[in-house]
Design a protein around this ligand. Structure first.
Ligand SMILES: [Zn+2]
Length: 333
């Protein structure tokens, strides 16, 4: 746009360059208005709502015989991913979510898939570096192959268990495989203690030591952390910042969809997640099946993309909730 104005001044031949430059400026402004109008129209057409809520799903082990209420079978996990694909969700990583890099097509909804405790049921590789059947990663890739546009990405929250690998080189193989295949590595503390009862120094040691190990093995500094049991330390800032780490998002364990990272309702130090489970018992309302039903029944509450990562599009009515730091990207229609 600046280029147009300059060209006019240069070719102005001294006749009335200032006026011509002004005309060019007015012309540019008119064009910009037109393109904003076109963007607003496109955003309205798909009912874009980038201040809406995002489900962050929390998985643990994917095993044939569930032993705890956190375990899911491969079949249950596959069924949930199929549902997400059919209902126009596109997975993004936790790092993408907290940094506001939500680059998905118009009309689609972001979902963040998170996996805690780095268990072998999430990823085990054979000697050729291929994920074994029925691991979480293999199932994500299967579903993505069946549904174009469904990105096989997610965030793995790592403890010292390291997918059951004890040899340093094997730990490196697993983490490097995840990194090179577009998966995100997050911090889940070294020993999975309840941080509430720990001193500041202990909290820093629990988080810093595993962060250092992940960085040494895979040259990745985790962007986010998931707190063991979803329990915050005495000062919640301790989980975000320490001498050797700086997390841009701290994830909890329950019980609602998250606010959009562009909304004033969003708190990067306490981002809620949703346990993956059917509608039964204490999951009748607050786990994944129930929340996905609710988001489907309440589409005005849900984050819907306008397909343009350079703007944050939403109905004008929601404007008071836009976080001030994102004002320059706002597209209120
Ligand atoms: Zn855990």
């Amino acid at each position: 746009m600046g280029v147009v104005a300059v060209a006019v001044i240069v070719s102005g031949c001294g006749s009335e360059p200032v006026t011509q430059a002004k005309d060019a400026k007015a012309d540019t402004a008119a064009k910009q208005q037109q393109s904003t109008a076109a963007r607003m129209k496109a955003a309205a057409a798909v009912k874009a709502n980038e201040l809406g809520q995002v489900p962050v799903l929390m998985y643990h082990r994917i095993v044939d015989k569930p032993q705890t209420t956190d375990d899911r079978t491969p079949k249950q996990f596959r069924t949930e991913l199929e549902r997400l694909a059919k209902e126009d969700y596109v997975p993004i990583t936790a790092a993408e979510f907290v940094t506001g890099k939500i680059d998905i097509p118009a009309g689609k909804h972001p979902v963040v898939l998170t996996f805690d405790d780095s268990s072998p049921s999430q990823l085990t590789l054979d000697e050729m570096g291929t994920p074994k059947a029925n691991t979480a990663v293999a199932i994500m890739r299967e579903v993505a192959a069946r549904h174009s546009g469904f990105r096989p990405v997610g965030t793995f929250y790592i403890t010292r268990d390291m997918f059951g690998k004890h040899v340093r080189e094997e730990q490196a193989q697993t983490l490097l495989w995840l990194k090179s295949n577009g998966f995100d590595l997050g911090n889940h503390t070294r020993d999975h203690h309840n941080l509430r009862t720990r001193t500041h120094a202990q909290v820093e040691e629990q988080i810093g030591s595993i962060g250092k190990q992940i960085n040494e093995l895979a040259a990745v500094k985790p962007v986010t952390i998931a707190l063991p049991y979803g329990v915050q330390p005495r000062k919640k800032e301790w989980a975000a910042r320490g001498k050797s780490y700086h997390h841009q998002g701290v994830f909890l364990a329950g019980y609602t969809p998250s606010a959009s990272p562009f909304s004033k309702s969003y708190d990067p130090l306490g981002i809620p997640r949703i346990r993956a489970m059917d509608k039964k018992g204490d999951c009748a309302q607050f786990c994944s099946t129930a929340w996905l039903d609710w988001l489907k029944a309440n589409p005005d509450m849900r984050y819907t993309s306008d397909g343009d990562p350079s703007t944050i599009a939403y109905p004008k009515f929601k404007h008071p909730f836009l976080r001030v730091s994102y004002k320059a990207k706002a597209l209120a229609y």
